[in-house]
Design a protein around this ligand. Structure first.
Ligand code: 6R9
Length: 572
């Protein structure tokens, strides 16, 4: 196959010389840019907001632009300091302490950012939840983490099964006319009257900060714990990869319910002192181009599904907007097709820079840099200071161009520090001596560029969102008509993959289209819209191992008309 190489962009970049930097770089030097280098104590919320608010030259810079159909607001770094202090006071007054798990379950809006950073200022561990989660998904996450509090809206409150969560004793409710009673706090009213000064809880760099629940191929979603030290790499990668400078206006389109929406929707850009754009509401091409234009966005981080949707809206539309401030575009979450990279060059006259990382890695690991050539279809090269390799199943490094496990040498700064309550699972990532094994397969060419090949497990990436088949299957099994269920990702030109469910029905149920729709709605209501199967196929029986596990690779082979492979472990 012929590889298309696009030359480096022109400009004055934070990472001007990749080779030199990679040779001489030392992570310990990054710490020296922050005051905790001297004190030994840290709080990532201080470094993202207060540090700039205390700088007379920075305090009046806009930190956050927020808009949706009804609101249009802006907050300077000084405003953000006050609002996050207020949020911290509201939480502290309600008894939240260092180490408590505080979940944030609400649509994007300034209050989400105040609450999240306020909780971090108290020393709590925040758990962001995507607003589309339904009761079952909310419950399993709060239960597993023994969450003490949740910040949510009046509308979303009925998806929080308070009575079934014995550890949950405080509800911070965002809404109008919230009546306060035992354990219920009217968040906005309290926020407006709270003191705007707060004594930050100084913590150790290894203290817990954020808990992102994410899906694997087996078992329930797992709580990936990151500590305050995650900031070191978020900061450095925001400089090198996002190429952020203090006067940049940056738009990360991800929701804070996913790791991209916190690592680069909150921490990275504010750690470097740039301006962040948050746009609420749903996707539409007009709205997105309008947002880029309105805020004069200069750096834009999004996902292949969004680019493909914009692409299918046609190139004429773009000409209606002035996007001239835009100078750097990046992508994450799923494979970025060379076709999309070429489209980007054509319509924006800019390269789209693919990047790779995971919830577990906390920050960017592999990337394309503005000062380096891009090989369309490759995710780029390792971040300086981090060793990425392709290893075989015994942990031996493979030579160039051989496919294997995409692995990272253990110990990078933003590495997850635990899987909540599940040491065994955590250790399973590090079974190959000294390597973190990602679950992705890839190869690396002789120039160090990494080429994604697929997931080794059954995790589904649909529209950039990571969905574990097990969670969907479990929900399907709760439906009164379902006997067995197996869920796979089916390739889709726009969404990367869609969720397809194979279902065997219990005796006495007719396989009708109405029933399919009923089952779909059941998952949508019980879990989340993005986790509901777009396709359902009824089968009399599903392929299972002798131990009773659904064989998803056989389902996948059925779907794609591929050979089913070794069936020796299959029952009958
Ligand atoms: C940040 C984020 C991680 C999984 C990862 C991989 C897939 C991410 C990709 C990519 C192809 C890329 N993925 N970036 N696949 N090309 N550039 O997405 O975290 O939600 O944990 O997903 O996403 O399969 O293992 P997360």
């Amino acid at each position: 196959m012929k590889v298309q190489t696009l030359p480096p962009q022109n400009g004055n970049f934070n990472l001007a010389n990749y080779e030199e930097t990679a040779k001489n770089f030392n992570w310990a030097d990054v710490e020296k840019e922050f005051s905790w280098h001297q004190t030994g104590k840290v709080n990532i919320a201080y470094e993202t907001i207060d540090r700039h608010a205390e700088n007379p030259k920075k305090k009046d810079q806009i930190a956050l632009y927020y808009s949706d159909a009804n609101r249009d607001e802006q907050y300077t770094y000084e405003d953000m300091k006050k609002m996050t202090n207020k949020a911290a006071n509201v939480m502290k007054d309600a008894g939240i302490q260092k180490g408590d798990r505080v979940f944030i379950f609400m649509p994007r809006g300034p209050e989400l950012y105040f609450a999240l950073l306020g909780a971090v200022k108290v020393g709590a561990i925040v758990g962001p939840l995507f607003e589309a989660f339904m009761e079952g998904a909310v419950k399993s996450r709060l239960e597993d983490s023994e969450a003490k509090a949740i910040v949510t809206t009046s509308e979303l409150l009925d998806r929080v099964p308070v009575n079934e969560l014995p550890h949950l004793d405080t509800l911070f409710i965002v809404g109008d006319n919230v009546s306060e009673e035992e354990g219920k706090v009217d968040f906005l009213t309290r926020l407006s009257s709270a003191d705007e000064n707060f004594d930050i809880e100084w913590v150790d760099r290894e203290d817990g900060m954020i808990l992102h629940y994410t899906s694997g191929s087996t078992g329930k979603p797992k709580g990936v714990l990151h500590v305050h030290n995650v900031m070191i790499q978020q900061y450095q990668s925001a400089k090198w990869v996002l190429d952020l400078k203090e006067d940049d206006v940056f738009w990360c389109t991800a929701d804070p319910g996913w790791v991209t929406g916190t690592s680069y929707g909150i921490f990275g850009p504010w750690l470097v002192g740039a301006t962040n754009v948050v746009r609420g509401g749903r996707f539409s091409p007009q709205d997105w181009y309008g947002t880029l234009e309105k805020y004069k966005v200069s750096v834009w981080y999004s996902a292949p599904t969004a680019f493909r949707m914009l692409m299918s809206a046609g190139d004429e539309l773009i000409k209606e907007y002035d996007l001239s401030p835009l100078r750097h575009i990046l992508s994450v979450g799923e494979p970025l097709n060379p076709e999309v990279v070429r489209w980007g060059e054509k319509v924006f006259n800019l390269r789209i820079h693919d990047t790779w990382w995971m919830t577990e890695t906390g920050a960017l690991i592999v990337a394309n840099y503005p000062s380096e050539p891009i090989k369309a279809g490759s995710m780029g090269k390792a971040l300086p200071g981090i060793k990425v390799a392709i290893v075989d199943d015994q942990g031996n490094e493979l030579p160039p161009n051989r496919m294997g496990n995409l692995a990272i040498e253990k110990g990078w700064p933003s590495m997850m520090r635990a899987i909540w309550n599940n040491e065994e699972k955590y250790n399973s990532y590090f079974e190959l001596d000294g390597w973190y094994v990602s679950g992705d397969s890839a190869y690396m060419d002789e120039d160090g560029y990494v080429w994604f090949q697929g997931r080794i497990d059954d995790v589904i990436m649909t529209a950039g969102e990571r969905v574990g088949p097990f969670e969907v299957e479990s929900k399907l099994l709760e439906h009164p008509a379902v006997a067995e269920a197996g869920v796979i990702g089916k390739p889709d030109p726009v969404r990367g993959e869609i969720i397809k469910a194979f279902v065997a029905l219990l005796e006495g149920n007719e396989p009708t289209d109405d029933l399919k729709e009923d089952i779909r709605q059941f998952v949508k209501k019980g879990l989340a819209a993005h986790a509901a199967p777009r396709e359902i196929e009824f089968r009399d029986k599903l392929p299972k191992t002798r131990s009773g596990k659904i064989m998803r690779r056989v389902l996948k082979a059925w779907e794609l008309d591929l050979p089913t492979g070794d069936l020796s472990t299959m029952e009958d």
